[in-house]
Write a protein that binds this ligand. Structure first.
Ligand code: GLU
Length: 478
């Protein structure tokens, strides 16, 4: 196994695992799998006020659910001694210094810079002095404000990225020896854990030149960078709450399948190579995890933003649900029956086999089982729903009564869809001037309590005869 490919994801436990971070995790994981590399999970919890262990749990659970298992785990709050050692080294070598400006003063300075449309930077006169009062200071890296150098790095996705050194200012590294800040902790960890490729969201691109300066000051190797395109909502603005669910947990709760999330998220910015041969006549864009780990390459990731299209996600999820083998379907649907239909529902396995396709043909997500509650319990609906066009209530009642009589005469052991269809069609022809809706609509509503459902004859074919008659009686009574 070639161990030189080592990648990481570094979520901060300040919220549940976001779709954007999940996509970053996935691309890192796929890259590691494809290259026999190591995938590291690092919890960046140095911001103690905003970090919460419940979010660390959520991040781990969500990655577990997606099947993105990590090979190594680190947590920044457990590594403070390591950062301290590196900070002390930079201070000893006079590459870093203590800055004593008050937070208020620094804030005022950066506000004014932003007003002048300048990149906020602090050029600190304390770098030329010996420290006096360390208790109130923060540690900064000395950066030459008069530098004429352009820092550049070769991003695997974006090509050459350039940054003027003089725009960076004296970079903050730590609040004190025991409290490293983001850029510093990242650099130390990436180095200590021998990360070869930093694959992360484009929102971090402006941190990269800063991290390179820190790497240079420490005299350590600079990893390869790949910045992934942003994810936008369908209105082309940055993905946010307004666009719907943001966390992996929410998608899990709604009944999206993990293999679908993998398939779908891979397509957020990545394209299969043109010459890819599809196996088994599957639709375009449908890939199993193992196919993806074979064909995924960073060079096929686009620079431009990716658009999160919920319609496409629903389509893919519906496709997968419909393709699930019976036993797998029963396993994944069981918790949703409990949750959406009710605690006390007991469903026989053979019954689920009978109704499975009637449902999966129309399901986008597993929680859509609630639209099929009538397969499990008596439907509830308002009598108005039984109305068909301008047909009177008396006529509707007549229709229901005639349908009931027709069905009562049938032996359910010899259920024949064509025979029943013929009987009901004849009824429409003889009694309702050929208006099939006058027969089928009230029947559909009595059986389901819904406006939309599978064909009523298909529903009749799976419900017990007593249930059908009981529901028709109920409707007649309304
Ligand atoms: N902790 C950072 C975040 O949650 C990630 C840092 C990185 O990937 O370098 O966005």
């Amino acid at each position: 196994m070639s161990n030189h490919i080592r990648v990481r994801i570094a979520p901060s436990p300040t919220g549940p695992l976001h779709i954007g971070t999940a996509r970053t995790s996935l691309f890192n994981w796929l890259f590691a799998k494809k290259n026999n590399g190591i995938f590291v999970l690092r919890i960046e919890d140095t911001d103690l006020e905003r970090s919460n262990s419940k979010f660390e749990e959520d991040i781990k659970n969500s990655l577990d659910w997606l099947g993105l298992e990590w090979d190594e785990f680190y947590k920044q709050s457990e590594r403070l001694d390591i950062y301290k050692k590196y900070l002390q080294k930079l201070l000893d070598e006079k590459k870093a210094f203590w800055c004593f400006h008050s937070i208020e003063k620094l804030k005022k300075e950066s506000d004014e810079q932003m007003k002048r449309k300048e990149a906020p930077r602090h050029i600190c006169e304390h770098k030329y002095k010996e420290p006096t009062d360390k208790n109130n200071g923060i540690i900064r890296l000395k950066v030459d404000e008069n530098s004429t150098r352009t820092i550049h790095f070769n991003d695997i996705i974006r090509g050459t990225v350039e940054w003027q050194e003089k725009l960076i200012g004296d970079l903050s590294l730590a609040k004190n020896l025991d409290a490293p800040l983001y850029n510093f902790a990242v650099v130390v960890d990436d180095h200590e854990t021998k990360i070869s490729h930093v694959i992360r969201g484009e929102d971090h691109i402006s941190n990269t030149p800063k991290q390179i300066l820190i790497q240079e000051a420490l005299g350590i190797k600079i990893p390869q960078y790949a910045h992934l395109p942003l994810i936008l909502g369908s209105d082309r603005t940055k993905l946010s709450k307004r666009h719907g669910a943001e966390s992996v947990q929410e998608y899990m709760d709604m009944g999206y399948l993990p293999e679908v999330m993998i398939n779908f998220m891979t397509l957020l910015g990545w394209h299969p190579p043109k010459d890819i041969k599809k196996k088994g006549g599957k639709p375009e864009d449908i890939f199993t995890v193992s196919e993806l780990t074979e064909i995924f390459e960073l060079k096929d990731v686009q620079k431009s933003p990716a658009v999160f299209d919920i319609k496409k996600l629903n389509w893919v999820n519906g496709y997968y649900i419909h393709q699930l083998p019976p036993e797998q379907f029963k396993a994944v649907i069981a918790p949703f029956i409990l949750k959406e239909i009710g605690e006390k529902i007991e469903v026989k396995s053979e019954y689920l086999d009978k109704i499975r396709h009637l449902m999966t043909e129309r399901m986008k997500k597993l929680s859509d089982i609630k639209n099929f509650d009538y397969f499990f319990k008596e439907p509830e609906y308002d009598r108005g729903l039984l109305n068909w066009k301008n047909i009177s209530a008396v006529e509707i009642k007549k229709s229901l009564t005639l349908v009931k009589e027709a069905l009562e005469s049938i032996d359910w052991n010899f259920f024949d869809k064509n025979y029943i269809k013929k009987k009901l069609d004849d009824l429409a022809k003889d009694k309702f001037n050929g208006d099939r809706g006058a027969v089928y609509w009230p029947l559909r509503v009595s059986l389901t309590g819904k406006q939309g459902s599978p064909n009523p004859i298909d529903i009749l074919s799976v419900l017990p005869k007593e249930t059908v008659i009981e529901r028709l009686n109920k409707a007649i009574g309304k």
